[in-house]
Design a protein around this ligand. Structure first.
Ligand SMILES: [Cu+2]
Length: 556
């Protein structure tokens, strides 16, 4: 049934939202019409009586998703912020220590606008933690917010007690201490909150950072490794802002399908410029968006080389022109800029050809998903004397062998009879994010795995410590989902019976699963996770995991 046709915007509602807003142009490159439709609709919803907001959230669902036909042309300006590397200090017992403080602040996401955000050790995002492989580390995370949250080390092989899942709530004003030794290949991991039903808004408010497991491989291989010079973190996120620059989260019940914004931030700044030397450039791509998938590309279809997937280097570089990354996926890519001094290029998302086809429902893709757009301008300057190289061979990856039974998981999306649930939940949503940002819909039984909804009281799977298992995940929903497993890294065995593409043939911890697709992967479970601190497996589209699409497993 064409359910989305029933919910087209009511013309009176659209007209009303236009008139309720002060006529003040704020963003120069976005048309007034676009600005009013995005900004006003959203902020009006936040101030309307709950009943009306609930009503509108259903009727007005097309208005943030596809109500304008032209894409605002970004004006690239300002310098790409580079999150600082944090190597920690020495504790009294010669253990390397890191201190993170979660708190609020004000950020310039868009030039000329000040936005209330949350961050680790700053107003937004967080430092890139440099975690040496094989050495004990201790991480203190202080919660300076007025509400509980957690910090999860996404992709790190740590015991369930140290994983920072929903059980590991850090109360306001309290500090949680994590201690562990990482033993896994060099990789670009990340950290972010993981509270039950609130991961979406907490990440959206600005909480995310990189977590660099290091064992010297990049230096040994001669890869570019000068942070901020030829080794550049690229954290990609989309956000919706109102006219005053405030973050708007889930203004409509329909956003439970995946919160998408109309502004693209790289390292917390919209449309920035990166100046780099004319040599091999390494970009560490992290899709830290709540729900948007990007089809990364370069100007003029220039080729680039994928050298690492989520959790480690590939065996050898893979030459591509496009790279699809779903939320929480990472890739390290190398660009050959040696002959490009004085030139400019853009990192972009060529979404149009790929993204809309990932869902059966037109409403799941917005105007950006149906377009190609630039994300980051790269200006090429004079080379330095310390350029890196692209080796033919990177690392050897041992292939895992199963020593235990396999498990099967089925992902099911939201049926339309559930939409009233989302609307009711949205009407009751708390507005205790930065600058009264809505916390959206959370903890509703909307998306399922094996027909079960996330329940912190239920252990869904029990694994034996030391087991190596094949998991088979089938996407029975009408849109693409993702699948992330805590506490381990996996190797994809097949997609619909075929070998995965070469750039997915290394270590992963998150993957995209298209509708009607079955993905088989294998992972080793070498750390314990007890009943009171189980691991999670879940979709990493944050509005999905917050609303049911997650399960818990123990390893013992
Ligand atoms: Cu999902």
């Amino acid at each position: 049934m064409l359910w989305f046709l029933r919910l087209h915007p009511h013309p009176e509602v659209k007209a009303m939202t236009h008139h309720t807003f002060p006529q003040k142009p704020v963003a120069s490159f976005i048309s007034r019409r676009q600005f009013l439709t995005y900004g006003a609709g959203a902020s009006a919803l936040l101030t309307l009586p709950a009943a009306m907001a609930m009503d509108m959230s259903g009727m007005n669902m097309t208005s943030t998703k596809g109500r304008t036909s032209s894409i605002p042309k970004p004006v690239f300006s300002g310098t790409l912020p580079i999150p600082p590397v944090y190597t920690g200090g020495w504790g009294h017992d010669k253990v390397r220590e890191y201190h993170l403080r979660i708190g609020g602040g004000h950020s310039t996401l868009h030039p000329g606008l000040e936005t209330a955000t949350w961050g680790y050790n700053g107003a937004v995002l967080g430092p890139a933690l440099r975690i040496p492989r094989g050495q004990p580390v201790r991480l203190y995370v202080h919660n300076g917010l007025d509400q509980s949250t957690t910090t999860h080390w996404h992709g790190a092989h740590v015991p369930g007690t140290m994983d920072g899942g929903p059980q590991s709530l850090i109360l306001p004003g309290k500090t949680w201490t994590y201690g562990y030794t990482i033993d896994q290949p060099e990789a670009t991991l990340w950290y972010h909150p993981h509270p039950a039903g609130r991961t979406g808004p907490h990440v959206y408010a600005g909480l995310a950072g990189l977590y660099l497991v290091e064992d010297g491989t990049d230096r040994r291989l001669g890869l570019p490794h000068h942070w901020g010079v030829d080794d550049i973190p690229v954290i990609v996120q989309d956000r919706l802002l109102d006219a005053r620059g405030r973050l708007v989260y889930m203004p409509q019940a329909m956003d439970v399908m995946g919160m998408k914004g109309n502004r693209f931030l790289i390292n917390g700044r919209e449309s920035p410029i990166l100046k780099v030397p004319a040599q091999w450039l390494r970009l560490r791509l992290l899709n830290a968006s709540n729900a948007r998938i990007y089809n990364f590309a370069l100007t003029g279809d220039q080729t680039f080389y994928v050298i690492a997937s989520d959790a480690g280097y590939l065996e050898s570089p893979v030459r591509v022109q496009r790279l699809l990354l779903a939320p929480a996926e990472r890739a390290e890519i190398l660009l050959d800029l040696r002959a490009m001094e004085g030139k400019r290029l853009w990192l972009r998302s060529d979404s149009a050809a790929v993204i809309p086809g990932l869902s059966l429902h037109p409403m799941d893709s917005d105007q950006f998903d149906r377009s190609n757009f630039n994300l980051l301008e790269i200006q090429v300057d004079t080379a330095t004397s310390t350029g890196g190289q692209l080796p033919d061979h990177l690392v050897d990856i041992p292939r895992l062998q199963a020593n235990a039974g396999s498990r099967r998981f089925t992902l099911r999306g939201m049926a339309m009879d559930k939409m009233p649930l989302a609307q009711q939940a949205l009407a009751k949503a708390l507005h205790n994010g930065p600058a009264q940002m809505s916390m959206g819909v959370g903890r509703e039984p909307l998306f399922s795995i094996n027909n079960q909804y996330m329940n912190m009281q239920v252990i869904n799977q029990r694994l034996r410590l030391g087991s190596t298992e094949i998991w088979e995940v089938y996407n029975d929903a009408e849109m693409a989902h993702t699948f992330h497993v805590h506490g381990t890294s996996f190797q994809i065995l097949s997609r619909n019976g075929k070998a995965p593409p070469a750039y997915e043939a290394g270590w992963k911890d998150t993957l995209l699963i298209r509708r009607a697709e079955t993905v088989r992967f294998i992972a080793h479970y070498g750390h314990p996770a007890p009943d009171d601190f189980p691991y999670m497996y879940h979709c990493h589209m944050l509005e999905h995991e917050d609303n049911g699409m997650m399960g818990q497993f123990t390893v013992s």
